[in-house]
Ligand binder design. Sequence first.
Ligand SMILES: Nc1ncnc2c1ncn2[C@@H]1O[C@H](COP(=O)(O)OP(=O)(O)OP(=O)(O)O)[C@@H](O)[C@H]1O
Ligand SMILES: [Mg+2]
Length: 376
Amino acid sequence: MPDGFDREHLRGLVTVTQTPRLEIRNLVRAFEGRRVVDDVSLTIMPGQVTCLLGPSGCGKSTTLRMIAGVEMQDSGEIWADGQLVCDTVFRVPPERRGIGLMFQDFALFPHLTVAKNVAFGLSGSQEDKRARVGELLERVDMARHAESYPHQLSGGEQQRVALARALAPQPRIMLMDEPFSGLDNRLRDGIRDQTLTLLKEEDTAVLLVTHEPEEAMRMGDEIALMRNGKIVQQGAPYNVYTRPVDRATVSFFSDANVVRATVNGALANTAFGRFLAPGVADGTDVDIVFRPQHVRIDFDRQGSGPLPTPSDGVAARGVVVRARFLGHESLVEFRMEHDGSLVKATVPNVFLPAAGKVMWLTIPRSRCFVFPASRG
Ligand SMILES: Nc1ncnc2c1ncn2[C@@H]1O[C@H](COP(=O)(O)OP(=O)(O)OP(=O)(O)O)[C@@H](O)[C@H]1O
Ligand SMILES: [Mg+2]
């Protein structure tokens, strides 16, 4: 070892430059001339869960099918542990990719017992297989059902068996396509957490498809947000939620209020005061976007509201249209006096002002996003 290098230091470098478990580069797939997957690249490390999140039809399942090898890409490459799995010339067949699959219609084999279902993809001696099946059924808490048949199990129990079956051959990579959507809320939370724990323990790289932001935030170390075949934003859930790249991204995660304004001297003037719009040319329209939970509500005091501040801007008058109790929060809708637009606000716990009541709304500047005006 040359002078000046110590082993510990090198070890640190090695972990930093760890090889991705799964890497896809510039994947493209078109159907009838339309690119449904359009230049998608992703990197997933061992033990990392990435959620591919996006609306129906944006190309999520097609992306997964190409990685699994049941759909062929038009261009782009798939790599696993630094080895080429598939490009347009070379192709490892699906069964040799070391990839586990768990899809929404995870159908177990109806004529096989739980234990035989889990053992299905395993090779090795009978004894080894029996041990692995026993261990997995234990871990998904289904050991007592080993000799049951699928029709004797509830949906959640079947799903746990399906998870054990997918994990049995110790896949390096797990592809999951809306695997929890058939379950009711109560069951789903438990199974999601259990699944995550198991996958992390096995150091599997996971690509999980969902169209529910809540599921993606709950499950993902990273979220890759997909729209019209492209990944529009990628990062930790907190970053994607708090630093959305555009208006559609805000709306995808939550309700969003939008105020449109024209920029003059790098400022957008609105009834809520001025907003900074640095670098935006004079005369350009911008959308000021803010979430209902960030609207501040003040009572009317003899015709006036709170005084303007630099951080909150100016208060604007609105009239309560309706208020609804949603359990952990209340949703109040206002008709703004200055232009008749609707603004939604949510308030923790119970807040149910009567329709017709006049109140003052402010928007904290740190909580709003200014984007170029979008159509629609
Ligand atoms: N074999 C095919 N032939 C033609 N069009 C297809 C084919 N497979 C998928 N598509 C189209 O590609 C687009 C993306 O489909 P995909 O199944 O990847 O969407 P998705 O994001 O998984 O949607 P969902 O959330 O509804 O499952 C859709 O418009 C779909 O109709
Ligand atoms: Mg799909």
